[in-house]
Ligand binder design. Structure first.
Ligand code: NAD
Length: 298
C-alpha cells in the first residue's frame, strides 16, 4: 500500500480520495478550504494543514482542482508540491486543464526528476462516487503501469492515451464532441417541436435512426423522455453549463496550439458563452435547448 497525497477535495476529489482510503492506502488530503479535508477524517483520510505536510512522505501526489492556473501554482510556487516531494515520487494531475500548461508542467517535473502523468477523468460526480470513471492518461507507459492499480480504485476504464499531454488531449476532444452533439440534438428537438412533431415521437424515430448519439439517448435535452436526466428535473445539473464552457475553451486553446480549425466547436463555444451570460451558468448544459427555443430569426 502507498502513501498518497490528494490536493483538491471538491465534488470530484473527495469521493476519488475516499476510494483510495477504502483500498487501504494512507491518504493525506489538503484543500484550501480546510473544512473539506476535515469532513473526511471520520472516513479515514488524514487532513494535512499545508501542501508540504501532505506531500513530503508521499509515494504518489494527486491534484484535482479547477483550473490550469491553480495546477501551475500548486506545482511550482515556493510552498508548492515540487519543492517538497521526496525523490522517486510520481505526480498525477487529474484535473481537466490546458494542453500547453500540461506539457510545460511535464517538462518542469522532468527537470526536477519527478515522474508526471496527466490523468483527467470522465463520468462526473456520479462516476466518482461509484468508482466507474474513465481515466485517460498521458505520460510514460512504465509510470502509467505503476499507477494503474491506484486508478482502478476509482475508475472502470483506464486507458493509456500516449505521451505527455495526451490524457488531456483525449479529455478535451471527447468533450468537444459532447458540446457539439448536444447543441445539434437540442436544435433537432427544438425545430421538430416548432414543426408540430411531438418530442417523444421524434425521440422514438431518431433514437433508432442515424441521428442517434449519446447526447440524445443517454442525456436527452427534451424534457420527460428519459426519467433520470437533468431535462426531466428543470435542468438541475448534472454537468453545469459553465463547465461545458470551460471545456470548449480548452478545446479552442488546444486547436490554437496546433493551428487546427474547429469551426463547429467554435460555434458551440459561442452559444454556450451566450447561454451562460444569460444567467444559466449553473444550469445543466442540456438546458441550452430552452434558450435556443426562445431565439427568433429576423
Ligand atoms: P470543485 O471546484 O468542486 O473542486 C476543486 C477543489 O479544489 C475545491 O475544493 C477547491 O477549494 C480546491 N482547490 C483550489 N485551489 C486549491 C489549492 N491551491 N490547494 C488546494 N485545494 C485547492 O471542482 P470539481 O467539480 O471537483 O472538478 C475538479 C476538476 O475535475 C476540474 O478540472 C473539472 O473540470 C474536472 N471534472 C469535473 C467533473 C464534474 O462533473 N464536476 C467531471 C470531470 C472532470
Amino acid at each position: 500500500m502507498s502513501v498518497i497525497a490528494w490536493i483538491g477535495l471538491g465534488h470530484m476529489g473527495a469521493p476519488m480520495a475516499l476510494h483510495l482510503v477504502q483500498a487501504g492506502h494512507t491518504v493525506k488530503g489538503f484543500d484550501v478550504v480546510p473544512v473539506l479535508s476535515q469532513a473526511l477524517v471520520k472516513d479515514g483520510l488524514q487532513a494535512a494543514a499545508s501542501i508540504a505536510e501532505a506531500v513530503k512522505d508521499a509515494d504518489v501526489v494527486f491534484t484535482m482542482v479547477q483550473t490550469s492556473e491553480q495546477v501551475h501554482d500548486l506545482c511550482l510556487q515556493p510552498e508548492g508540491i515540487f519543492a517538497h516531494v521526496k525523490p522517486g515520487v510520481i505526480y498525477v494531475d487529474a484535473s481537466s486543464i490546458d494542453i500547453a500548461m500540461t506539457t510545460s508542467l511535464h517538462e518542469a517535473a522532468k527537470s526536477r526528476g519527478i515522474a508526471m502523468l496527466d490523468a483527467p477523468v470522465s463520468g462526473g460526480v456520479g462516476g466518482a462516487k461509484a468508482a466507474t470513471l474513465t481515466v485517460m492518461v498521458g505520460g510514460d507507459l512504465a509510470v502509467f503501469n505503476a499507477v494503474k492499480p491506484i486508478f482502478q480504485t476509482y475508475g472502470k476504464n483506464i486507458v493509456h492515451a500516449g505521451g505527455a499531454g495526451l490524457g488531456q488531449a483525449a479529455k478535451i476532444c471527447n468533450n468537444l464532441i459532447l458540446g457539439v452533439t448536444m447543441v445539434g440534438v437540442c436544435e433537432g428537438f427544438m425545430l421538430a417541436e416548432k414543426l408540430g412533431l411531438n418530442s417523444k415521437t421524434f425521440f422514438d424515430i431518431s433514437s433508432v435512426s442515424s441521428g442517434q448519439c449519446w447526447s440524445m439517448t443517454s442525456y436527452c435535452p427534451a424534457p420527460n423522455i428519459l426519467p433520470n436526466v437533468p431535462s426531466s428535473h428543470d435542468y438541475e445539473p448534472g454537468f453545469m453549463a459553465k463547465m461545458m464552457l470551460k471545456d470548449l475553451n480548452l478545446a479552442k486553446h488546444a486547436a490554437d496550439y496546433v493551428h487546427a480549425m474547429t469551426p463547429m466547436s467554435d460555434e458551440a463555444l459561442n452559444l454556450y458563452q451566450q447561454y451562460t451570460d444569460a444567467g444559466n451558468a449553473e444550469k445543466d448544459f442540456s438546458g441550452i435547448i430552452t434558450w435556443l427555443a426562445n431565439l427568433k430569426a429576423e
